[in-house]
Design a protein. Structure first.
Length: 65
């Protein structure tokens, strides 16, 4: 099972969890903002920022080899 997890997720759980959190936050913000609010112009940038943050955290938390 450990080998399968490493094949699917790699060595870290931080990036998949970060992506899931980013998508969840984006969905919640879109529901709150409404379909015709500011989401249409800035929603993609918000999602990009959240995903970039998740990637940055995953890279910074990478254990030394």
């Amino acid at each position: 099972m450990r080998t399968l997890r490493k094949l699917v997720l790699g060595e870290t759980w931080v990036l998949p969890i970060g992506i899931a959190v980013a998508l969840g936050v984006a969905v919640l913000v879109r529901l709150v903002a409404g379909p015709s609010g500011w989401w249409r112009e800035a929603g993609g940038w918000l999602l990009f920022g959240l995903l970039a943050t998740a990637l940055g955290v995953a890279v910074l938390r990478r254990p030394p080899r």
